[in-house]
Write a protein that binds this ligand. Structure first.
Ligand SMILES: NC(=O)c1ccc[n+]([C@@H]2O[C@H](COP(=O)([O-])OP(=O)(O)OC[C@H]3O[C@@H](n4cnc5c(N)ncnc54)[C@H](O)[C@@H]3O)[C@@H](O)[C@H]2O)c1
Length: 496
């Protein structure tokens, strides 16, 4: 079947070169009207000239993708609407976590993630009204698996996967389909990172066929999916949950607990302890953060209880100290990574573990979500995790020891209506962990995700599963001495 795009208007962002140019030429050859967006006016104009010289229809738009309304307005002005959006624009600012600047972090999030949000947000009401829309978001292997020197880029790219999955759910009713691709192709972006013979094999024209097929009205029934492709190979990426293990949720459910035996949990010996270690728990004034703080304190750690709520943080510190533990409050947004780490250094002289747990929800359908709600969730979940990790990193590297747990969400893997910004953030944390972990081994710094499903304040708005298994075991007035049961055995037990 020859797929015609006659009557369709396709907006391709970052289409002045590389992959975007290949898409623009391919759609134009099949009759579509094209908006060639790129911040490089010359590059965009060249592509438009190439299309029009062959009898195709195309116009230039030179707005940044961060101004999605202006990008989509060009499609409306030139062609009366938009039916297909290819979020492709991208840049790189590769740096190790130790050397990266806040600006290098923020610009990558702005172009890749906020850019896709902004363009999609402007096209969404049009797609809904006409009951047709196709979106391709451009992820990357760096986002799926992590890559050295790309914490910023990989976090943004994984965020696009979660964004896609949630758009797919909200789009079903309106015949809007969203898929993500992780391409590998020769382009100005990759010209210096791949050897010449490999570049020859991975032309951007080998990515375009899947993109066109996925966005055609009669294309495959695919939405919310992620494809990895290049050099003629196409594969779908899927999440896989391991068999898991079940623990009894009583006093024996400690870091030393060994296996799935009900009841009671068998405990490893010697028990896992955190004596002499300082643990920062963000968003610890309530819910999961409070539970983590208690468990670490009970097992000998000095705990820095961070929360924006002074009342919450101080209450948890009080509970811990009354129970015989050691804790201080760090009342601040978790975005103030430096300040929180300073509190740890001032009070306990060091930091060894970071539990990045702080979170907020701003659940809204994509149509109703404001830019501010998007930004607020990104700031607390993703930027705050970056800032705290960044502040701990040199200390961890110097002492050749560090443990980081960042907090993901089950819905990142599947998407869910009304929570784009949260899941985007949560997903972005996953590859960042991969990236952080990739940079850590030499320094014995480890990063792990924790996917939560709990009875905390955040989860109470949309409990889905495992509430029963995760019911909090922290009593109203804990006493560590009277509940002296040690022991969830983690593989790193010996280095705790
Ligand atoms: N080429 C690969 O192997 C590969 C692998 C994984 C992901 N990607 C992704 O594919 C997309 C295309 O990459 P490419 O390889 O063609 O790179 P490229 O550098 O050739 O193209 C990116 C284009 O985006 C434009 N751009 C940058 N910032 C912009 C902004 N704010 N607004 C509008 N346009 C902007 C650039 O001017 C450039 O023309 C990117 O999102 C990239 O991250 C590429």
């Amino acid at each position: 079947m020859s797929l015609s795009f006659k009557g369709h208007t396709v907006v391709v962002t970052g289409a002045g070169g590389g992959l975007g140019r290949a898409y623009a030429l391919a759609y134009a050859a099949r009759g579509a009207n094209i908006v060639v967006n790129d911040v490089s006016k010359d590059a965009a104009q060249k592509v438009v000239d190439e299309i029009t010289s062959k009898g195709g229809k195309a116009v230039v738009n030179t707005n940044s993708v961060a101004d999605g309304a202006a990008v989509i307005q060009t499609a409306i002005d030139a062609f009366g609407g938009v039916t297909i959006l290819i979020n492709n624009a991208g840049i790189l600012r590769d740096k190790s976590l130790k050397n990266i600047t806040d600006q290098e972090w923020d610009i990558i999030q702005l172009v890749h993630l906020k850019g896709a949000f902004s363009c999609t947000k402007a096209a969404w009401p049009i797609f809904r009204k006409q009951k047709f829309g196709r979106i391709i978001n451009t992820s990357s292997a760096a986002g799926l698996y992590g890559n050295m020197g790309q914490t910023n880029y990989s976090a943004a790219k994984m965020g696009l996967v979660a964004f896609t999955k949630t758009l797919a759910r909200e789009g079903v009713k309106y015949n809007i389909k969203a898929n993500a691709i992780a391409p590998i192709a020769a382009s100005p972006m990759t010209a210096t990172v791949m050897p010449p013979d490999m570049l020859k094999a991975v032309g951007p024209e080998f990515i375009a066929p899947l993109v066109l097929a996925l966005t055609h009205p009669e294309g495959p029934d695919s939405t919310g999916r992620v494809y990895e492709l290049g050099a003629g190979y196409v594969t779908e990426i899927r999440w896989e949950r391991t068999k898991g293990a079940l623990f009894r949720t009583d006093d024996t459910f400690t870091p030393s607990a060994k296996a799935a035996s009900l009841p009671p949990n068998d405990a490893a010996k010697p028990e896992v302890r955190y004596d002499g270690k300082t643990v920062i728990v963000t968003g610890a004034g309530n819910g999961l953060g409070r539970a983590y703080s208690h468990m670490f304190a009970k097992l000998g750690a000095n705990v820095v209880v961070n929360d924006v709520s002074e009342k919450g943080a101080k209450a948890v510190v009080d509970e811990i100290t009354k129970a015989g533990g050691k804790a201080v409050a760090a009342v601040a947004s978790a975005e103030d990574g430096e300040g929180i780490v300073k509190t740890a250094l001032d009070a306990f002289g060091g930091v060894h573990v970071l539990i990045a747990n702080a979170g907020i929800l701003r659940d809204k359908s994509f149509l109703a979500m404001t830019e501010k709600e998007w930004d607020d969730v990104i700031a607390v979940h993703l930027r705050a995790t970056y800032k705290c990790t960044k502040a701990c990193w040199p200390i961890f590297q110097k002492q050749k020891y560090g443990r980081i747990v960042t907090t993901c969400s089950t819905d990142v893997m599947a998407g869910a209506t009304g929570v784009h910004s949260l899941f985007v953030n949560r997903a972005r944390l996953s590859p960042r962990r991969e990236r952080i972990a990739a940079q850590g081994p030499q320094k014995l710094v480890r990063a792990k995700p924790a996917i939560r499903a709990t009875g905390s304040k955040c989860a109470r708005t949309r409990n889905r599963w495992v509430l029963r298994a995760c019911a909090s075991t922290i009593p109203a007035s804990p006493s560590y001495t009277s509940r002296a049961r040690p022991s969830l055995c983690v593989r790193t037990r010996s280095s705790c």
